[in-house]
Design a protein around this ligand. Structure first.
Ligand SMILES: Cc1cc2nc3c(=O)[nH]c(=O)nc-3n(C[C@H](O)[C@H](O)[C@H](O)COP(=O)(O)O)c2cc1C
Length: 485
């Protein structure tokens, strides 16, 4: 099911009792963070919050809209986002059906799904352009932009979909990169060096060109998720969003830059970056739970702000987990597992614990068939897109429930000989990692927590896990109530 826009999603949240309206005026300077942080730490992520009267702006602010398994699933139009993983698995199935009828049964639904994916290019203006502000009318002060944490370098747009084009191929990229407000018409652009937006900028720099950006807020919530998804460069996030929402994304031309933007967005900030200009961006209270330090980043000069007549301002805060963004990460963990299995068919399951902030810890279970396979899986992960940032990978046997952190800790403590079963490599590290030797470069470690094979030089006997015999369990089940324990 596709939403007509972000406000349609908000209306559903309200109908399902997932939204709390806050009428009391509250300050976007720190206060909204404190309220939202307490809410996000509630069991099941608390409700989404609609601040109707943020101090200093006439535009209502929504936060925590994606902040639970249920709401993340609702955002993607499903009962549970695991359903989409199953759908992707089905689409990727390489089996050739026998017989024409079976072929039709197998492929026609897949074709129907795929035909809904490509975005549509609408003529004229979109709903996101009902109000167009240019020149002196451009003023970011109109928006209720959060100053999230005490030591932050300023106010930040925290849920932006940043649109750019590759100058060589014309292909679009949409990434979520935070945007610091410098003044009413200038912002930072925090695309980290490994991200596609930064690569588009480097390509423009080589051509001595400026780069144009559109910073989009809102639209069908599937678009927001798609901007965070680790799609390979060149795969259009708007195509992926079309697949997720089972309906094409409608795009219109931006007013002052040569880019297309979602017709249904709440707010669009258009601008140009002169790549010879840089400015200190940060610090920012980040999703690591620490402040990311100030560094030099490009500067966006805003050429237009367009918005709907009555927009709402979607945002989030990041900080010590658990936070709303943990659910965007969990959706990625599930949706990308079938794609991971294309390269690594032995992978049974994967858990990126929320406390591991996506890329610090990965628990992976595999069907181990040959010596050294756990090491092969680690190396493959370190070579796979943004999984390259995974600082610690723990590989378990298939019978380990990697969703159960307690079981993982018990197994890993028992099953490793640290010298033999760890593997330390050097390579790219997430820019937000403050412990690595230099920015973006450092070491990562893998732990082989699987049962060791004789072919791996393990000459000893591997003991069984303690378990009660089934007959005794059945007998005790039958007398349990009688025992009155
Ligand atoms: C709330 C949130 C904020 C994010 N902020 C940034 C950021 O400031 N800079 C960045 O490079 N990535 C940030 N990310 C991660 C990227 O959005 C993510 O890596 C995405 O896949 C990048 O897209 P790309 O591969 O098209 O560059 C953020 C993710 C979320 C969920």
């Amino acid at each position: 099911m596709a939403f007509t826009d972000f406000q349609d999603f908000v209306a559903l949240l309200e109908r399902k009792g997932e939204l709390k309206r806050i009428v009391l005026p509250v300050d976007p300077y720190l206060e909204i963070t404190e309220i939202s942080d307490r809410t996000m730490k509630m069991p099941d992520g608390g409700p989404a919050l609609l601040f109707e009267n943020p101090i200093g702006s006439r535009i209502p602010l929504i936060i925590n809209a994606f902040g639970s398994r249920k709401r993340m699933s609702m955002a993607l139009g499903v009962t549970d986002f695991e359903d989409i993983a199953c759908e992707i698995e089905g689409l990727l199935k390489p089996e050739v059906p026998n017989g024409l009828l079976n072929a039709a049964r197998e492929f026609l639904p897949k074709l129907a799904v795929l035909s809904k994916m490509p975005p549509r290019h609408d003529r004229g203006s979109g709903r996101c352009q009902e109000v167009v502000l240019t020149g002196d009318d451009v003023d970011l002060g109109l928006l209720p932009i959060l100053h999230c944490w005490p030591q932050d370098g300023g106010r930040y747009i925290t849920l932006p979909l940043v649109f750019t084009n590759d100058p060589n191929t014309g292909k679009r990229n949409v990434g979520m990169y935070r945007v610091q407000v410098f003044d009413k018409r200038t912002t930072g652009m925090h695309w980290q060096m490994h991200k596609v937006g930064a690569e588009h900028a480097r390509l423009r720099e080589e051509k001595k060109q400026n780069i144009e950006v559109a910073i989009v807020l809102g639209g069908d919530p599937a678009l927001t998720y798609a901007a965070t998804a680790p799609l390979p460069p060149g795969i259009d996030e708007m195509l992926f969003a079309g697949f997720l929402r089972k309906n094409p994304v409608h795009l219109v031309r931006a007013k002052t830059v040569d880019l297309e933007v979602p017709e249904d967005a709440e707010i669009v900030i258009e601008g140009t970056i002169d790549l010879s200009e840089r400015r200190m961006e940060g610090p920012f209270g980040d999703h690591t739970g620490y402040y990311s330090l100030a560094d030099s980043y490009p500067v966006v000069h805003i050429t237009a702000i367009t918005h709907r007549r009555n927009p709402i301002y979607p945002c989030t805060i990041v900080g010590q987990p658990p936070m709303e963004d943990g659910w965007l990460g969990k959706a990625t963990e599930r949706l990308f597992l079938p794609l991971l299995r294309l390269t690594l068919p032995e992978v049974v399951d994967m858990n990126l614990p929320i406390e591991g902030i996506f890329h610090n810890i990965a628990f992976v279970s595999i069907r181990k068939r040959y010596p050294g396979q756990a090491f092969k899986v680690m190396h493959a992960l370190w070579g796979l897109g943004q999984a390259m940032f995974t600082k610690m990978i723990f590989v378990f046997d298939q019978d380990v429930d990697v969703q159960n952190t307690k079981e993982c800790l018990w197994r890993l403590g028992n099953n490793i000989d640290p010298e033999r079963d760890t593997c330390i490599v050097r390579g790219p590290i997430d820019v937000l990692d403050h412990a690595s030797r230099t920015l973006g470069f450092g070491s990562k470690i893998g732990f082989d927590c699987t049962r060791k094979l004789p072919a791996e030089g393990f000459a000893r006997e591997w003991p069984d896990v303690i378990e009660m015999s089934p007959e005794v369990k059945t007998r005790v089940d039958s007398i349990w109530d009688e025992l009155g324990i």
